[in-house]
Design a protein around this ligand. Structure first.
Ligand SMILES: Cc1cc2nc3c(=O)[nH]c(=O)nc-3n(C[C@H](O)[C@H](O)[C@H](O)COP(=O)(O)OP(=O)(O)OC[C@H]3O[C@@H](n4cnc5c(N)ncnc54)[C@H](O)[C@@H]3O)c2cc1C
Length: 394
């Protein structure tokens, strides 16, 4: 019997893990990515605020099992009805199953001034190159205001700006300028973090570090001449250096039929089975899907496991599990939730920071050899299930 052709669009966290989980005797797997490199995106924070030179990028080819084919091209069109995709050079690739794992599109042009500040200062959100640029900018900042904000309440890794704020204060301490550089964190929510329970944990820590939190502050426009940031809610901040998470949308791909996309271009999926609404042979995993949970690498990893199981004939379902780390100076916590439990109050501790450091150290192994790490991850995720932690605490 001939093998079914699985086409995975995107070799990031979700796509690469899924490719490595699929049985090569059963499936002929191809990963197609516009980039030759896979970036460990949390690493951008350590580059931007610690000047880290660790290897946070690897060629996608090296991360895939030998049997998986890799095509380095951008996909410009997906036709779910006739089961083919078109690449930017006009080539047509047919499939039996397609998995869309393209992550989000970062729209730096959605608000005025954001591309200019990206070009001028760099940022921690888009790429390793921009993170290096931000590191070089911040190393020269001797006094003034460093503003960290977001242009929309929906963005991947909700704790990323908070991590940026904590890590920046560590940097300014190391530079001996912490009493001269003010860090302001602008957030669109009524408190520092989208969820009140998590805010209650981190707000005292933000205060301890002298970070000013501006609530109800969604960045609307940036006046780069006056160095002023205006919020949708009518507030303004004067800055010396600023970094603003851009509007995150679904991928810039022509999709037929268009009705499978929501208003922001994310794929509408069955939140349990992850198939694209109306299709049994098309799935969307990770950040590009519209599942009602935070967008994170852990979620993309767990989605990959569900789709691999389903293609292997098992009836696995996604439970909406999130597990987003927040790190400050030497301490850490996790934002843990699932479809049935909103984020739990989990206090910060040095041990949780160590756990996060272990996750970071094992990332490349987890991507290339997901089956090897599966027993460890499964035990960990079982032990930290929201249903359990909500009863016993952590
Ligand atoms: C600063 C920062 C810190 C973060 N920290 C954490 C953390 O601590 N923990 C956590 O779990 N998550 C974290 N995240 C989020 C995490 O990195 C993402 O949620 C995760 O990478 C999503 O995986 P994905 O497979 O959906 O997409 P991605 O990993 O973004 O991969 C998408 C891939 O698709 C490719 N692609 C896109 N469009 C096309 C196209 N048209 N044709 C071909 N290829 C295409 C891209 O090149 C890319 O390789 C962080 C993110 C940032 C920015």
């Amino acid at each position: 019997m001939s093998k079914k052709r699985v086409l995975i669009i995107g070799g990031g966290s979700g796509g690469a893990i899924l490719a490595n989980l699929l049985n090569p005797d059963e499936y002929d797997v191809t990963v197609i990515d516009k980039s030759r490199y896979h970036t460990f995106q949390p690493g951008q924070l350590f580059v931007a605020f610690q000047g880290s030179r660790k290897e946070f990028q690897k060629p996608i080819r090296c991360l895939l099992r030998d049997e998986v084919k890799f095509v380095n091209k951008a996909v410009s069109e997906v036709n779910l009805d006739d089961r083919y995709v078109v690449t930017s050079d006009g080539a047509r690739i047919e499939y039996d199953y397609v998995i869309i794992a393209t992550g989000v599109h970062l729209d730096y042009d959605a608000i005025k001034g954001n591309r200019e500040i990206l070009n001028e200062y760099g940022d921690y959100f888009s790429s390793i190159a921009d993170a290096k640029k931000l590191w070089n900018t911040l190393r020269k900042l001797r006094k003034g205001t460093f503003f960290i904000g977001v242009a929309d309440p929906l963005y991947k890794c909700p704790p990323a700006p908070h991590k940026a704020a904590f890590l920046s204060t560590n940097l300014f301490r190391r530079m001996g300028v912490h009493d001269k550089v003010k860090v302001i964190l602008g957030m669109p929510f009524p408190h520092a973090y989208p969820s009140k329970t998590v805010s209650d944990i981190i707000e005292p820590k933000l205060e301890e570090r002298g970070i000013e939190v501006k609530t109800y502050f969604t960045v609307d426009s940036i006046d780069t001449k006056e160095k002023k940031i205006y919020s949708l809610e009518g507030d303004e901040v004067k800055y010396d250096v600023a970094t603003v998470v851009p509007v995150n949308t679904g991928p810039k791909i022509k999709v037929t039929p268009e009705k499978v996309l929501d208003d922001t271009g994310f794929f509408k999926v069955d939140k349990f089975k992850l198939n694209i609404e109306g299709y049994d042979d098309a799935f969307a995993i990770g950040d590009c899907s519209n599942v009602p949970t935070s967008k994170s690498g852990v979620t993309a990893h767990l989605h990959a496991e569900v789709v691999a199981d389903r293609l292997h004939g098992l009836d696995s379902v996604a439970d909406g599990r999130t597990h987003c780390p927040i790190v400050s100076n030497g301490e850490g916590t996790f934002v843990i939730s699932d479809y049935n439990h909103p984020p739990l109050p989990i206090r910060m501790s040095k041990f949780k920071r160590l756990q996060e450091d272990i996750f970071i150290a094992t990332y490349w192994v987890a991507v290339k050899y997901p089956k090897l790490m599966q027993p460890i991850f499964r035990s960990y995720f079982e032990a930290t299930r929201p249903g359990i932690l909500s009863k016993v605490g952590w």
